[in-house]
Design a binder for this molecule. Structure first.
Ligand code: CTP
Ligand code: MG
Length: 172
């Protein structure tokens, strides 16, 4: 039980980074409208302000959490850990969109599981690369596996709840 809470706590900045671009979204696409083999490189759903706003929101969230319970390191170390979790989450999302466009899926079209775990894989990977010591000291394989399984389930549950509350027209 405590392991579950620890896992959710440690990844929370990445959740925030992943969820906040809908608020920060802007007009300038990261791919500047470029196409590759006739398809958008990333698509209009990926903007610079979403990328930077999401990263900043994730880092800010982590600093508030660090005040409540020191978990992400101190000073510049905390900036680095929180940057890697937040920016990594959004890089994972970008890479997923790149792949989506390659297989011909339109912007916003569902791609089950990939849409839900893209940001986790990105956050884990960039954090491992940039802050290996912190990563190894905090995340266990059980945390990682739990989050990879729990996150898509949380997504399904949230959508069903939104449907029941009549916030969404369809339960998926
Ligand atoms: N968004 C953004 N910049 C980002 C990521 C997201 O501006 N780097 C905004 C866009 O308005 C996007 C919305 O957040 O439409 C929801 O994000 P997401 O579901 O990741 O994008 P999709 O529009 O579904 O595009 P894709 O099919 O490429 O996943
Ligand atoms: Mg989407």
């Amino acid at each position: 039980m405590t392991d579950i809470l620890i896992a959710l706590w440690l990844i929370f900045p990445a959740y925030v980074a992943n969820a906040s671009p809908v608020i920060f979204r802007g007009r300038i696409p990261i791919d500047f409208g470029k196409t590759w083999h006739g398809r958008p490189l990333l698509g209009k759903g990926k903007t610079w302000s979403g990328l930077f706003g999401g990263t900043a929101a994730g880092i800010a969230t982590g600093f508030i959490m660090n005040e409540l319970y020191p978990s992400f390191g101190e000073g510049i170390g905390a900036v680095s850990v929180l940057f890697s979790l937040s920016f990594g989450a959004l890089l994972g999302d970008l890479f997923k969109s790149f792949l989506k466009r390659r297989i011909g899926k339109q912007r916003g079209e569902h791609w089950i599981v990939a849409d839900q775990i893209d940001f986790l894989l990105g956050a884990f990977l960039l954090c491992f690369v940039l802050n290996r010591a912190w990563f190894m000291a905090n995340f266990t394989i059980y945390h990682i596996l739990f989050l990879l399984i729990f996150t898509p389930l949380l997504h399904v549950a949230t959508n069903i709840l939104a449907y029941v509350l009549k916030l969404k027209k369809v339960p998926w």
